[in-house]
Design a protein around this ligand. Sequence first.
Ligand SMILES: Nc1nc2c(ncn2[C@@H]2O[C@H](COP(=O)(O)OP(=O)(O)OP(=O)(O)O)[C@@H](O)[C@H]2O)c(=O)[nH]1
Ligand SMILES: [Mg+2]
Length: 245
Amino acid sequence: MDELKRDLVRVQKHRNVRKHQKQQGERLHITLVGYTNAGKTTLLNALTDEHAFAEDLLFATLDPLTRRLRLPSGLEVQVSDTVGFIRDLPTTLIASFRSTLEEVTEADLLVHVVDASSEHADDEVKTVEALLQDLGASGIETITVLNKQDEHHSNRETLVSGNAPRIEVSAKTGRNMTELLHLLEKQIISFMEPYEQVVPAGDGKQLSRLKSTTIVQKEDFDEQTESYFVKGYARSQNCYVNKDN
Ligand SMILES: Nc1nc2c(ncn2[C@@H]2O[C@H](COP(=O)(O)OP(=O)(O)OP(=O)(O)O)[C@@H](O)[C@H]2O)c(=O)[nH]1
Ligand SMILES: [Mg+2]
């Protein structure tokens, strides 16, 4: 009980920080979900270099399960691990797990991690999908990651019926990690808006801010005006076009 209570306090703190960040229109949030043992934690470790953002101490202290991740374009997002879903969750645990899992509903993008080498992969996928529905998270954009491709598995064809984008990886060997990053970026673009912005060459601060908070697709230098013409995708609430800083 004590441990659960401590966990709940930690989750609550984390959610307050998240709320604050959302209000500021800050980073996009990706949440890893999946059946227990699917490889979520291993994948989070494989995707994010633990040391790259060591300065992000506020978050590191509040919630070691959330890390910053830089996508190929330079966009920085947050990625969270979650507790593994299991079938027939004991009733006594449902309330505690629910508050942890509610965090799932606040994600901008879900990554459903599947242990593709499990004999019961199909059932595990169904269990997770049912729980997501139960949590009211089934409307959130999801990509499916078929993990543990380094293991032998016999039932690959029958896996995962839906039409969510999917990718085969091995979090353990690092197979297809770069491809996964590109897929995440592609999905994120699908809920962003195109923008264009002229940035004076001297304003390196704005240029680097655009790179880390939006997806910059093109950046042309115009010698006559000594400025960059930047084109890319941003979340609509960020309204980069009208911001002067
Ligand atoms: N062969 C293989 N094993 C993997 C891979 N990814 C994870 N594992 C192993 O699978 C086991 C579970 O991995 P975790 O990352 O702890 O799984 P999880 O989804 O976080 O599990 P919960 O936290 O219980 O929900 C560990 O023994 C990992 O080493 C993979 O790509 N290939
Ligand atoms: Mg885990």
